[in-house]
Design a protein around this ligand. Structure first.
Ligand code: PLP
Length: 422
């Protein structure tokens, strides 16, 4: 494990061994230069949403100032430009996931992508007593749509447990698979604990039994290179805003042969081939699932974010973030009264913790006064908090632009919270 640099050490925030030039990266993010409460902003709430690089902001401005028109409809120049940029964004996302463009549906985000699968795919395959398997560490977005579907169809929700480190217990998950299991829905990376789940192995188990798998990739895509073919999943969902792109845009990847068979999720313009009062003929995927005017600028901004990540290299980003994770883990564990929550062997750069006798919200408030933005609460994972016997945790989640100095500021601020409330 790499150590935290001594306080006051002047580096660009990356270790000498790392080739990742974090100082240069930070210059791409205008929001990072500001003072908060008179101190330099230390933004460690990246699992909630990320800051945006100039390239993304410029892509949005470019669309709205030059190419703004609706897509797939007009013959005029601007509409053609907008359509080309929107469909080019789809091709960029497809390349990013190793999918084909017809397998990429633009949604509002992960939440809408999961609801789409539940209401279109789920509703058409589930019968009474069928089972949907989720795990104990899911975000509410990957629980509630399945509960709603279970209510609508008479299917049951089955929950696979985690161990005390916050890892899925594979044997227990496998024991819960049977001839009634139709779908497994699980996170690639836990938003509350940072656990990276063995998705490839779970997909293999599912495939052997003819069970479909949806992967909630909201917290994975910013940190890991994702290849949906190598994972072997049927559906993969993520949100643009967690990967340095705009809010309000997200992606559902679905295997072509599944999307082909799925009924529409919503009705409206663009998802049809022809409409008459005698009946409507639906469009092909992915357009069948994109009713109405889509978030055109959002898709273009998301493609700019992906291109930005590609230029930096997800491998380099991953190494830099692992360095931050290790440093933060050591620095926080050394503070008396701190208990780390989620100690999986394979983690993304998320550190959840509790401080003895101090409510996580109070910790976060002290941190805020030091200019450090973290999240405190149940992280939209109340069943997980219940499993851990905790009402809440404080969570620091790192991104490619964070530095080792910021890890030190975090640790100093937590020590300060301990002094104030201890
Ligand atoms: N799944 C996970 C693991 C998440 O962390 C989040 C957001 O925090 C979501 C789903 C929901 O994402 P969105 O609100 O962008 O739809």
């Amino acid at each position: 494990m790499s150590a935290v640099t001594a306080p006051g050490t002047v580096t660009a925030g990356c270790s000498p061994a790392s080739r990742f030039d974090v100082a240069r990266v930070r210059a791409d993010f205008p929001a990072l230069g500001q003072l908060v409460r008179g101190r330099p902003l230390v933004y460690l709430d990246n699992a909630a949403t990320t800051q945006k690089p100039r390239a993304v902001v410029e892509a949005l401005v470019g669309f709205y100032t030059r190419d703004c028109a609706n897509v797939h409809r007009g013959v005029h120049e601007l509409s053609q430009r907008a359509t080309e940029a929107y469909e080019s964004a789809r091709r960029t996302v497809a390349r990013f996931l190793n999918a084909t463009p017809d397998e990429i549906v633009f949604t509002r985000g992960t939440t809408e992508a999961i609801n789409l699968v539940a209401q279109s795919f789920g509703r058409s395959i589930l019968a009474e007593q069928d089972e949907i398997l989720v795990t104990e560490l899911e975000h509410h977005s990957n629980i509630v749509p399945w509960q709603m579907l279970a209510e609508q169809t008479g299917a049951r929700l089955v929950v696979a447990p985690i161990n005390d480190r916050g890892e899925i217990v594979l044997e227990e998950l496998e024991r819960r698979l049977n001839e009634r299991t139709r779908l497994i829905a699980l996170a690639h990376v836990s938003n509350a604990l940072g656990t990276v789940n063995p998705v490839e192995e779970i997909c293999r188990m599912a495939r052997q039994r003819g069970i479909a798998v949806l992967v909630d990739g909201a917290q994975a895509v910013p940190h890991l290179r994702v290849d949906v073919r190598a994972l072997g999943c049927d559906f993969y969902a993520f949100s643009g805003h967690k990967i340095y792109g705009p809010t309000g845009i997200g992606v559902l990847y679905g295997k072509a042969e599944l999307l082909e068979r799925m009924p529409p999720y919503q009705g409206g313009g663009d998802m049809i081939r022809s409409v008459s009062f005698a009946g409507t003929l639906y469009n092909d995927p992915p357009f069948r699932f994109e009713a109405g005017t889509p978030h055109i600028a959002g898709a273009i901004g998301l493609a700019a974010a992906i291109e930005y990540l590609d230029r930096l290299g997800l491998g380099e980003i991953g190494r830099h973030e692992q360095e931050l994770l290790e440093a933060a883990t050591i620095a926080l564990a050394e503070i008396p009264g701190v208990r780390l929550v989620g100690t999986a062997r394979h983690k993304a750069a998320v550190v959840s913790f509790v401080l003895d006798g101090v409510h996580p919200h109070d910790v976060a408030t002290v941190l805020d006064h030091e200019g450090v933005a973290v999240r405190a609460g149940h992280h939209c994972a109340q069943p997980l908090m219940e499993r851990l016997g905790l009402p809440a945790t404080t969570r620091a989640s790192f991104a490619l632009y964070n530095t080792l100095e910021e890890v030190e500021v975090l640790a100093r601020a937590v020590r300060r919270a301990r002094e104030i409330f201890g």
